[in-house]
Design a protein around this ligand. Structure first.
Ligand code: BJW
Ligand code: ZN
Length: 252
């Protein structure tokens, strides 16, 4: 395990980057942990006390909408107060140096957009949007988050526009992410335990399509043995390090 500061970036990776046009960043909760947003799993997973499988599903919401809504309210506040960190900002800056940079994120926190990334596929929705479970109408600005679970004028409960277990991913977002994976030269996997499907399957899609796979995580994951390069440390330290090395060895 490194702390990012003493990690050496392979020269062959920098060489590959120099030849790359399409770069994908497949990201998970770990990329936002240095912004103060807890992850779901892993040794620093603060939601460890809540199992996502138990709260992030429709049955849990119907059984106890107040509890699930309260969990999301708590997280909305953390996300609202958080700022993009050097990992998000490096990815956004890389747009100025490569032909095609795509973010495919499992996160619902909007931090890639706030960091300035332009091409983003959100596989698991966005915590800032909400819709009625009955008529599907979107409700956003007008919601009062201080009083229990809000209801639509049709009487339906309002839920966050995120993807819960057992629900299909938004088709346009998944297909966009899949296409980016297939077309990528380099596929970074950053801060995800890579256990939730079908999202995690994109790593294998990219690999089968010939991409070089680079994992950045504070610990080993399900995919570590399948990748071309692993860097163990914080994303907010390793990604800037890779980009600095790239710039040092590249003439503009
Ligand atoms: C750092 C760091 C730092 C920390 N720097 N790194 C059996 C086999 C295969 C599949 C299934 C199965 N049984 C059921 C399924 C399907 C299920 C699934 O995959 N389950 C598995 C858990 C087993 N998938 C689904 O249900 C999906 N839908 C689906 O399959 O539809 C088809 C279908 C339809 C009808 C019936 C049946 C099937 C939907 C999945 C939805 C996931 N939703 C959530 C919640 C979103 C809303 C919300 O935010 O509340 O998405 S769950 C949660 O997990 C969230 C995340 O996006 C997702 C992935 O987590 P992520 O991002 O990887 O975070 P962590 O916490 O797991 O990992 C963080 C990592 O960061 C760790 O590795 C740390 O080490 C690292 N880290 N700090 C770098 N500073
Ligand atoms: Zn409604």
């Amino acid at each position: 395990m490194g702390d990012g500061t003493n990690i050496k970036i392979d020269e062959s990776l920098i060489d590959s980057l120099k030849e790359s046009e399409s770069i994908v960043f497949f990201t998970g909760a770990g990329i936002s942990s240095e912004s103060g947003i807890p992850t779901f799993r892993g040794r620093e997973g603060l939601w460890n006390k809540f199992k996502p499988e138990e709260l992030a599903n429709f049955d849990a919401f119907m059984r106890n909408p107040e509890l699930v809504w309260e969990w999301y309210n708590y997280r909305r506040k953390i996300v609202h107060d958080a700022q993009p960190n050097p990992a998000h900002l490096t990815i956004a800056e890389m747009q100025n140096h490569f032909k095609d940079v795509t973010v495919v994120t499992q996160n619902v926190d909007n931090l890639h957009r706030r960091a300035g990334s332009k091409k983003i596929f959100e596989l698991h929705g966005n915590i800032e949007r909400n819709f009625c479970i009955n008529c599907k109408k979107f409700h956003n600005e007008e919601l009062d988050f201080s009083v229990g679970v809000p209801k639509c004028e049709c009487g339906g409960l309002i839920r966050p526009d995120v993807v819960w277990f057992g629900e299909y991913l938004p088709e346009d977002q998944f297909l966009g992410g899949e296409k980016a994976a297939i077309n990528s030269d380099i596929f970074f996997v950053v801060g995800t335990s890579a256990v939730v499907y079908p999202a995690a399957g994109l790593v294998y899609t990219a690999k089968a399509s010939g991409a070089t796979i680079i994992e950045i995580n504070i610990e080993e994951t399900e995919i570590s043995s399948s990748v071309n390069y692993s860097y163990f440390g914080k994303a907010g330290e390793i990604l800037p390090r890779i980009f600095e090395d790239y710039k040092l060895r590249t003439d503009f």
